[in-house]
Design a protein around this ligand. Structure first.
Ligand SMILES: C[S@@+](CC[C@H](N)C(=O)[O-])C[C@H]1O[C@@H](n2cnc3c(N)ncnc32)[C@H](O)[C@@H]1O
Ligand code: SF4
Ligand code: SF4
Ligand code: SF4
Length: 391
């Protein structure tokens, strides 16, 4: 994942984990990936993807707000991809945006170049505008809806990325129905849970019933996130299987089918989801952009060399090797793998630290949806459609 504009953004969502990264670049004025870094990234990503036997190369653009760079930047990026990709290799671009700066020129460009766009929408206006505000506290919802409409009018492939936080945590049904009503067919839900830390997030006292140490006051409570997942699942399974795709459920179905891949959060190890900053610095993961996880600079060292260092391998394996005893003995371990290490700041049932804050959420979901996931997996394994699960 590349951050061509670093942490710069046109708004300032109150929960954003990335805005504070400006502190990593005290001398920086421009926050714009240089032509040199862009070309090195393009060459190295194509080379590393093909060397790893992948038939397709995917460039993921994120930030900060990547559309602030303007279309020229992406026209240049695509030209470099054409220059460096061998004939016959499929190159895909994925752009994650708040959608507010999109216009007709963007719509045409994204459509004509087959760019897949993720647009951040947290739910209906009241919920979305709880945290997704600009620096002056002005809401973003109306501008985001204009951006979504533009994507849809231009026929741009898109999905919604919805963070689950304190304001929408218990509102799974409402959020799902709202997104569906907008014509969204692909949905991703990401829970927010953070404590204060080196990226400057402010810690506030946690509500008593929550397990673990203090989290920010926008972090979703484990039970609310569990309920969110269960409610979305129940709403989805009634009539939308095979028509609307929820990344979490696809990943879980893949697990029940014993298929590799899926979401990094539920993989056994981490390590191949690197983050590239605008200055060419490469970090172990988008959620570990801290000095101690900086692997090097892409203009100095080839990407695959940084990927296969002992340090990065250890980063990836730490996820498996640091599981609590509760996780190691858990009936859902193969599906969950202890979740994301970023969320392992709670306490297990036996009092062991480093347990996942969302364990209760995941357990609720597995108990609630496990039987129907098994039913769907059996259908798919026998060559039938998962949508038959209803019958
Ligand atoms: C950092 S933004 C960058 C791209 C673009 N500006 C956007 O908002 O889509 C990428 C995604 O991260 C999500 N996000 C922001 N803060 C988060 C946090 N603290 N935990 C988890 N996800 C977060 C955003 O809601 C957004 O969907
Ligand atoms: S729009 Fe994206 S980058 Fe900007 S503040 Fe919100 S989540 Fe962060
Ligand atoms: S640390 Fe979390 S977000 Fe990063 S690769 Fe691992 S599971 Fe994924
Ligand atoms: S459900 Fe809880 S105990 Fe089981 S693997 Fe996941 S985090 Fe660990």
């Amino acid at each position: 994942m590349a951050k061509p504009i670093g942490p710069r953004c046109n708004i300032a969502c109150r929960y954003c984990y990335y805005l504070g990264k400006e502190k990593l670049f005290p001398e920086e004025k421009k926050f714009r990936m240089s032509d040199e870094v862009l070309e090195a990234y393009t060459r190295h990503l194509i080379h590393a993807s093909l060397a790893a036997g992948m038939g397709e190369v995917t460039f993921a653009w994120q930030g900060g707000e990547p559309t602030m760079l303007g279309l020229d930047f992406y026209a240049k990026a695509l030209a470099l991809q054409r220059k460096h990709a061998p004939a016959g290799v499929t190159v895909t671009n994925v752009l994650q945006t708040n959608g507010m700066l999109l216009d007709d020129d963007w719509g045409r460009f994204l459509h004509d170049n087959g760019v897949l766009v993720g647009i951040s929408i947290d739910g209906p206006k009241q919920v979305h505008d709880r945290y997704r505000l600009d620096r002056a506290g002005r809401p973003s919802f109306d501008a985001v809806m204009r951006g979504l409409d533009l994507l849809q009018r231009h026929g741009v492939a898109h999905n919604a990325l919805t963070t689950v936080h304190r304001a929408n945590g218990g509102k799974g049904r409402e959020v799902y129905r709202f997104l569906k009503g907008l014509g969204i067919e692909h949905m991703q839900f990401i829970p927010i849970a953070e404590r204060g830390g080196p990226d400057g997030l402010a810690a506030v006292p946690q509500v008593d019933s929550d397990p673990g140490p203090p989290v920010t006051d926008w972090s979703v409570r484990p039970r609310a996130y569990g309920k969110f997942l269960c409610d979305v699942f129940d709403t989805w399974i009634k009539r939308d299987v095979g028509r609307i795709f929820v990344q979490h459920f696809d990943a879980m179905l893949g697990k029940w089918l014993g298929r590799p891949g899926g979401l990094c959060v539920f993989a056994e190890t981490c390590g191949d989801g690197l983050a590239l900053e605008h200055d060419g610095s490469l970090y172990s993961c988008d959620h570990y952009v801290f000095p101690e996880y900086r692997l090097g600079r892409i203009t100095d060292t080839p990407l695959d060399q940084m990927l296969w260092t002992d340090r990065q391998t250890a980063f990836g394996q730490h996820k498996r090797d640091s599981l609590t005893a509760q996780c190691r003995g858990c009936a859902f371990r193969a599906a969950c793998n202890g979740g994301c290490p970023k969320h392992r700041f709670a306490t297990s049932r036996s009092g062991e630290g480093g347990h996942n804050y969302f364990c209760e959420s995941y357990t609720m979901f597995f108990h609630h949806a496990g039987q129907r996931l098994s039913d769907m997996a059996r259908l798919v394994a026998s060559g039938r459609s998962a949508a038959e699960v209803l019958a």
